[in-house]
Design a protein around this ligand. Structure first.
Ligand code: WTA
Length: 707
């Protein structure tokens, strides 16, 4: 078994004002490989090395026809890829397809009595609810009829859905897809205000909500957020005509918020008029948008990643089949939230297109105790499990031996969203997977639609701490700031790019094509006039290195994004929220290493003249962040500082603040306009950290800082 060791410190190019996630990345040593079991290999969807060869560069782009052929098309495509207007690629040109038909209708003939969704409510005394493909078909049709005839929505209209993890969420999404309505699902944990801004940006005139849901043992009243969302959207100039509210228990109100006559409607009541109705799926051009997913970027405003119907569905179906090894007889559980891209691609569209049973869990993993996920797995006989490193770290901390108490057997486990430490990977493998399951560590992004870097579970060896080689038909490159390519095995890190387009790539940023080009393509494109895809590499915004065996290790973001517990937050978004507080003069947000969540934001603020640094100001800033963005953006700490470290031109040196928060070396500060402030801030901040002063963990290196 090969062993690659002896990596020294990697170098990322020096960034002047920021200390990014990638630069404070944990730098673990190379690990030994693990092999998939013979039993797994024998039953795997992808075990033929000849299939892999079909995806080599000389077969691009037609190699992706293999994915598209997994779907039922209403009309076949004429051309696999049209590159005439880079980087606005067109996939499966001329093809017509319906996403809902492929996830629901086409399974009725063979699988109508099979569970499509199994909903597990958080309260353990509520039994799981099984929705067969036949039942899903009925419910999706009725909802589609309601959207068309009651809400007056049609193909191309956008609708914003702010719902928790209840089965009505995928039902609503599929009903939209049936008609070609572009859904924009906002994660339930975002605030009403955040939802309203996204609704306005997408031009939605209908909002779909839930009245309440359970989270961590508490009933959360959600309907009130709808009122805030409507008011916020209206402030932005977008009128909302209708708010459709799913009730957690049909016929019973569980929200305190009043209903607004003529605007708010309970879905269970409206649906009575549509009972038993069926609606033909509306055939869509392959490139019609299927959905928007808002995500944080480098500016304050979240951007709506627009995903297409044909290419996206083909890509998630192919990747769910080959990397997650989903067969129709599997019970698959992805413990993410549908409000993120992971849930869209790998709870709803990928697994359902493959006629799998997809489990939906309402609540938090460790409620009421750390044995809960393993009880669910045992009860439902889940055999494919998918979660994030943060959830794994949390469950390990809360009950490292719990999985041993339950009789479940996973053949396959996925991780996604953040780098996973080798130690945590090994616990996942040994204890959760009982050494029987293969693990795929999948790297991808909201923008990419599906997995781009991952091992092929039956064909590749696993290496803890490395995501693995590129996925089929994906040709990555790592370049430094001067476009020098960093070669496999070279002891350096750089910017991860993908040299080619693929069917799952987003189409554009909703309403802002220039930003799309600028953000992802302007850095490394060779020639803006070129029509050749080879001249338009995709810049992912992540730092990475690649070892001699071709396995990629992802270090984290190189921009202003912080990945908190696998969720993307823009530091600029949080800073803008702080600056709306009247007493705050300046704000800077930095990523800080956290044992469980990977990274968390810490906020530095300076106050306007004459304002005293009181706890009340901190509380106000926290409350504002929660109102404007949501609880997920709650900073670990707020530091009120007398002044920010600044360059002579007045730029805040976030790099210095991040170094202080992470107890790292601040590097050269002599060029600052106010170098004396650094020591003052260090004393203030490090004095506030509870317990003995924490030394920077030995394996954390500050890349890019010349020492
Ligand atoms: C990070 C989530 C390390 C990365 C699907 C990326 C990862 C961001 C991994 C996208 C992984 C995702 N290892 N880091 N396996 N997967 N990331 O858009 O920084 O919510 O840019 O999509 O998560 O987050 P997003």
């Amino acid at each position: 078994m090969a062993k690659v060791r002896g990596k020294k410190e990697a170098k990322l190019s020096k960034s002047k004002h920021k200390l990014t996630e990638a630069q404070i990345a944990v730098h673990w040593k190379e690990e030994q490989y693990f092999r998939p079991s013979k039993k797994f290999i024998a039953q795997a969807n992808l075990k033929d090395p000849a299939f892999v060869k079909k995806f080599s560069e000389r077969y691009f782009p037609e190699c992706f026809d293999h994915y598209a052929n997994l779907l039922d098309w209403d009309q076949p495509w004429r051309k696999t890829l049209d590159t005439s207007n880079p980087p606005f690629w067109k996939w499966f040109v001329g093809g017509k397809v319906n996403a809902c038909y492929n996830c629901v209708d086409r399974h009725i003939a063979k699988h109508k009595n099979k569970a499509a969704l199994i909903f597990v409510p958080e309260p353990e005394n509520e039994p799981p609810l099984v929705i067969t493909y036949q039942e899903l078909y009925k419910r999706v049709n009725e909802v589609a009829a309601m959207l068309r005839d009651f809400a007056q929505l049609k193909s191309g209209d956008r609708v914003t859905i702010h719902m928790p993890m209840i089965p009505e969420l995928p039902i609503t999404m599929l009903a939209c897809a049936r008609l070609g309505i572009v859904h924009s699902v906002v994660f339930g944990g975002f605030s009403g205000e955040a939802c309203g801004l996204r609704a306005a940006d997408s031009g939605s005139r209908v909002l779909i909500y839930a009245d309440s849901y359970y989270r961590n043992g508490k009933k959360i009243d959600h309907k009130g957020d709808a009122d805030i969302a409507v008011a916020t959207a209206e402030k932005e100039g977008q009128n909302i005509d209708k708010v459709l509210i799913w009730r957690r228990y049909a016929g019973h109100n569980t929200s305190e918020a009043p209903m607004i006559m003529g605007r708010d409607f309970y879905v269970d009541e409206v649906l009575k008029d549509f009972a038993g109705q069926t609606i033909e799926p509306v055939s869509q051009d392959a490139d019609t948008p299927l959905f928007l997913m808002y995500t944080s970027g480098t500016t304050g405003k979240p951007k709506g990643c627009q995903h297409r119907t044909g290419g996206y569905l083909a890509y998630v179906t192919g990747t769910a089949r080959y990397y997650q090894d989903i067969h129709p007889e599997d019970v698959y559980w992805c413990m993410a939230d549908i409000g993120w891209i992971t849930g869209h691609s790998y709870i709803v569209y990928g697994p359902l297109a493959l006629a799998a049973t997809s489990v939906l869990y309402e609540g938090v993993p460790q409620f009421p105790d750390a044995g809960r996920p393993w009880r669910i797995a045992e009860r439902l006989d889940v055999n494919i499990f998918h979660t994030s490193p943060t959830a794994i770290r949390m469950l390990r901390k809360a009950g490292a031996d719990e999985p041993k108490k339950y009789n479940y057997h996973f053949k396959h486990m996925t991780t996604v969203g953040e780098p996973i430490e080798p130690e945590v990977w090994k616990w996942y493998h040994e204890v959760v997977g009982k050494r029987e399951a293969v693990i795929v560590d999948t790297w991808w992004q909201t923008e990419t639609g599906g997995f781009l870097i991952t091992t092929k579970p039956a064909l590749d060896l696993m290496k803890p701490g490395s995501a693995g080689p590129a996925a089929l038909g994906i040709y990555p490159a790592i370049w430094d700031e001067t476009r020098r390519e960093i070669k496999p095995g070279e002891d350096a890190a750089g910017n991860l790019c993908i040299r080619n387009p693929w069917p799952g790539i987003m189409q554009t940023i909703w309403g802002d094509p220039e930003r799309f080009v600028k953000q992802y393509y302007s850095k490394y494109r060779k020639n803006p006039k070129s029509k050749k895809w080879q001249d338009w590499p995709y810049f992912a915004g992540d730092g990475a290195m690649v070892s001699a065996d071709g396995y990629y290790r992802i270090l984290g973001r190189v921009d202003d994004v912080i990945n908190v517990a696998g969720h993307r937050l823009g530091t600029k978004e949080i800073e803008s929220a702080c600056l709306t507080c009247s007493k705050v003069a300046e704000a800077a947000v930095v990523p800080v290493v956290d044992e469980v969540k990977g990274r968390v934001p810490e906020v530095y603020i300076s106050l306007k003249p004459g304002i005293l640094p009181k706890k009340a100001v901190e509380d106000k800033v926290i409350a504002t962040i929660e109102t404007m963005i949501g609880k997920i953006a709650r900073p670990k700490m707020i530091h009120i500082v007398p002044d920010m470290p600044k360059t002579r031109s007045g730029k805040i040196m976030r790099r210095v603040l991040a170094a202080i928060s992470n107890t790292m070396d601040t590097g050269d500060i002599t060029t600052l306009a106010n170098p004396d402030i650094v020591e003052q801030i260090r004393v203030l901040v490090q004095g506030r950290h509870v317990g003995p002063l924490k030394e920077g963990p030995a394996d954390i290196k500050m890349f890019g800082e010349e020492t």
